[in-house]
Design a protein around this ligand. Structure first.
Ligand code: G6P
Length: 594
């Protein structure tokens, strides 16, 4: 979704802003723009990619500027709606991430006071409010303007003649990057990785005044001392490293990611954190909340937790949970969110806190909003994930769930020891799947011709079927549906034909026989079947059209090897269809609106 960047320093701002915007592209956007303080505020923006913006824009001479990638919410993608937005004088420019919920009323009021609007955006009220309140002190004018607005925002304000940037946040992420004789303001870390590894995470309600050599942060009308953190991600991690797409690179990083995330938490025999006080008191039940791919990880987490902890686990889509009328007090919940910024998940966390719930966040982003709302945070160590489609963060989330469940498990010591041994072998098992890429590529060529594909699974592999379908739909634009094997006879058999391939996840567990029955039912309706099965299952080859063979693992870990195969299948299918794999149309990496 929208990304913002600000630069103030001793270098020309324009090329730095454009480079930072390139690093924000992964968030998903439809238009972009920059403003640089030269003799006047120079703005160039359009409904184009950052590269095209850079080529087409005139050279601006100035060392202070702001930039924006826009993901349309209020008003279509267009030049007029792209940021930065200006006030009537053209002296005040603003970029904004978030939603101003009372903008209609503010716009009406400002219009009646003589302000002229040129876009359909909610954002445009902000420069006009600042103009209205400006009497020589920009900081005070921004504060007054923000008192009028409701909703969420991370903003950066640039004004002609002022060698400073003003920035503020409420419910949208915002960081300040600290460099030598220069500072950056951005919506997230990858934007500034090329320039600095020193960062300040702003809190809700903070207003920052950033000059070339100084950073001042005000909270509740008082100046606060700020602390710098070191960014642990490297520039290399956020680059393609010779791969055709970020997604392929990130799929291939998974053996390392598993090792990193496990290494973080299994160094000691004792768990590193005490999950919700569970070690002393135990808990009777658990809730998991998430959106998108993280929701599928949570669904797998239910099977893991219920098997190893022997407590009931409820999993909810965060955006639906937010409309439930009844939430039991003191619920223990795990919120899973790779970005730590998904608006629906954050809202659900807040609702839980209101009823004295205890929330553990699993996230990949240090300092993200989820970490501030949570009582405890467990980080996945996946490194920056640039492709919109989540792959390595999903597998890292599973690793944390395995670890948490095993740390508190009620299973006997022998089973646990066996699981731990398998867990340590997972990176090499995943590597075997990756080494089998050519076989999966062949299947993808075949799949790419179809417009409807179904995925089925049972037990712990039912959510893997959901994730396989999500991934294929997201990046190849093929309509795909994930189903519980047992459900197809209630509806989907009605639409199956030779035009609807079915991918069946066949695990060597207590679901095996029932899955075989499903596969036969599907074949009887003429639909092509591709089975994903572990090696050594020769019998299945007779029954189906083709088989993707995977290394043998304990059923509890089968989602990991299966999902890596389905990620590759989605990737190569999308590639075969010539899709924009890393940036699928209309989707965003970090969904900061409801
Ligand atoms: C977006 C991303 C998905 C992600 C979902 C939830 O739709 O494109 O990859 O699964 O948001 O994001 P979260 O950051 O909460 O895991």
């Amino acid at each position: 979704m929208c990304g913002i960047i600000g630069y103030i320093g001793d270098k020309q701002a324009q090329s730095i802003l454009l480079n930072c915007l390139r690093r924000l592209e992964y968030r998903g956007y439809d238009s972009c723009g920059i403003a640089v303080a030269a003799n006047a505020i120079e703005v160039y923006k359009d409904e184009v990619r950052v590269e095209a913006l850079g080529k087409a824009s005139p050279q601006f001479d100035g060392t202070v500027g702001i930039g924006h990638t826009r993901w349309a919410t209020h008003g279509e993608p267009s030049q007029a709606n792209a940021h930065p937005h200006l006030d009537c004088t053209g002296n005040i420019a603003v970029v904004h991430n978030g939603v101003i919920s009372n903008f209609q009323a503010l716009k009406q009021q400002l219009t009646s006071e003589g302000h002229n609007f040129v876009s359909e955006t909610d954002t445009e009220v902000i420069p006009h409010l600042i103009e209205k309140y400006y009497d020589g002190n920009l900081e005070k004018a921004v504060e007054a303007a923000l008192r009028d607005v409701e909703g969420s925002y991370a903003i950066i304000v640039l004004m002609k003649g002022e060698s400073k940037l003003i920035t503020a946040r409420k419910d949208s992420p915002l960081i300040i990057g600290v460099g030598d004789r220069e500072s950056f303001i951005a919506s997230d870390v990858p934007a500034i990785l090329d320039y600095t590894d020193r960062v300040i995470y702003l809190e809700d309600g903070d207003i920052g005044v950033v000059t070339q050599g100084n950073i001042k942060i005000r909270r509740d009308d008082k100046e606060v001392a700020w602390a710098e953190d070191k960014i642990l991600w490297s520039v290399e991690e956020a680059q393609k490293a010779g791969y055709e797409h970020f997604m392929l690179k990130e799929i291939h990083e998974q053996p390392k990611v598993i090792r990193n995330t496990l290494g973080e938490y299994t160094r000691d025999t004792e768990p590193v954190i005490d999950l919700a006080g569970m070690r002393d008191t135990g808990i009777a039940s658990m809730l998991m909340l998430a959106a998108g791919t993280s929701y599928n990880a949570a669904l797998i987490g239910k099977y893991i937790m219920e098997e190893l902890l022997r407590i009931p686990v409820r999993v909810e889509i965060a955006s639906e949970f937010n409309y439930y009328s009844y939430i039991p007090a003191r619920t223990v919940a795990i919120a899973i969110t790779q970005s730590g910024e998904t608006a629906d998940t954050l809202k659900a966390m807040k609702r839980l806190k209101e009823v004295r719930g205890r929330v553990i966040a699993i996230t990949n982003v240090v300092g993200s909003t989820a970490t501030r709302l949570a009582n405890q945070t467990v980080y996945t160590r996946a490194g920056p994930e640039i492709s919109v489609a989540a792959t390595k963060t999903f597998v890292a989330q599973l690793m944390v769930l395995y670890w948490l469940a095993m740390a508190y498990s009620k299973a006997d010591a022998r089973r646990l020891a066996a699981l731990l041994m398998e867990l340590r072998q997972l990176p090499s098992k995943v590597q075997q799947v990756l080494d089998n890429e050519a076989e999966i590529m062949e299947q993808a060529k075949y799949l790419a011709k179809y417009e409807n594909v179904f995925f089925i699974g049972r037990g712990i592999n039912y959510p893997v079927a959901l994730e396989g379908a999500l991934k294929l739909k997201e990046i190849s634009y093929i309509h795909a549906e994930g189903l519980a094997g047992g459900e197809i006879k209630h509806h989907t058999l009605a639409v199956l034909s030779h035009k609807t391939p079915v991918i069946a996840l066949l695990a060597r567990d207590n679901t095996y026989e029932a899955m075989l029955t499903n596969i036969k039912e599907i074949k009887a309706r003429g639909a092509p079947v591709i089975v994903v099965a572990e090696e050594g299952d020769g019998a299945i080859e007779e029954l189906v059209d083709s088989v993707i063979t995977l290394p043998r693992v304990d059923t509890l870990f089968s989602p990991v090897v299966n999902v890596v195969a389905l990620q590759l299948l989605a990737y190569y299918t999308a590639r075969e269809r010539g899709c924009s794999i890393d940036f699928p149309r209309n989707l965003a990496k970090s969904v900061t609106v409801e």
